[in-house]
Design a protein around this ligand. Structure first.
Ligand code: AMP
Length: 249
């Protein structure tokens, strides 16, 4: 069984994001970029499936400008077998990503597709769900445990107030949650080996998909600055402030 895993290039999770002066978006110039953390979890899970003998090949797919290839190389260094880069400089929104992934999936015919539950730049949490809808495939979102059994998968999902375990038929879409696994670091020999692994180049045109944005960003603003805290002398004073100033009790 082939596993296809989507990897998005986003601002590194450790970087403090700054809003552009004209409020049209966030500053990307000279900013450190990295693989979306939920996609690292996806790559790790795909590699573990291969190591467990449940998958035969791991294919990492990224959509975006030329630097997205670096993200694919990271996945290859972690242990993915080959990459697919859908090259476009158009701003990609979740519906376009889902349509492009669908076209790649129809070409590749994987048994399981793993995407992150959300990309930490747009926080959309839409791609996996849209992709399952477009393909008419089962989906298991927010997965914290994945067990492949024959023609199906048993997936534990993080839901409000607990965990839900469902069984779905394959092929299916899985979206990763934080507790699914702890992604490995790529070793130096694997980083070197990854340089020789193949990356296929595709375009939205070749896949017959129009990726242009359907939504318009009106403005992006910084969150309001947090006000300085105060120290209270007594519990009574704390209760009084919570009741009368903050009005939370
Ligand atoms: P979102 O719906 O935008 O929050 O993204 C959810 C997931 O979809 C991400 O964690 C990725 O796995 C996948 N995804 C979104 N955009 C891209 C992209 N440009 N390239 C590859 N995968 C993507």
């Amino acid at each position: 069984m082939k596993v296809l895993v989507a990897v998005k290039r986003v601002i590194d999770a450790n970087v403090k994001v700054r809003v552009k002066a004209d409020n049209t978006g966030v500053e990307l110039t000279n900013v450190k970029m990295a693989m979306n953390p939920f996609d690292e979890i996806g790559v790790e899970e795909a590699i573990r499936l291969k190591e467990a003998g449940k998958a035969t090949e791991v294919v990492a797919v990224s959509l975006g400008g030329a630097p997205s290839q670096e993200t694919i190389r990271t996945a290859l260094a972690m242990g993915a077998d080959r990459g697919i880069h859908v090259q476009t400089d158009v701003e990609l929104q979740p519906l376009a990503v889902a349509k492009l992934l669908k076209a790649v999936i129809e070409k590749e015919q994987p048994g399981i597709v793993i995407v992150g539950k959300q990309a930490i730049d747009d926080d959309s949490n839409q791609t996996g769900q849209m992709l399952a809808g477009l393909l008419g495939w089962p989906q298991a979102t927010f997965a914290s445990k994945l067990n492949i059994e024959g023609e199906g998968a048993e997936v534990t999902r993080e839901v409000d107030g607990g965990l839900e375990t469902i069984r779905i038929k394959l092929p299916a879409i899985i979206t990763t949650d934080l507790r699914l696994n702890e992604p490995r670091y790529a070793s130096l020999p694997n980083i070197m080996k990854a340089k020789k692994k193949p990356i296929e180049a595709l375009t939205p045109e070749a896949l017959g998909v129009d990726p242009k944005p359907r939504l318009k960003t009106l403005k992006v603003v910084e969150p309001p600055k947090r006000q300085a805290g105060i120290k209270v002398k007594t519990v009574q004073e704390l209760v009084d402030k919570l009741r009368n100033d903050a009005k939370v009790i």
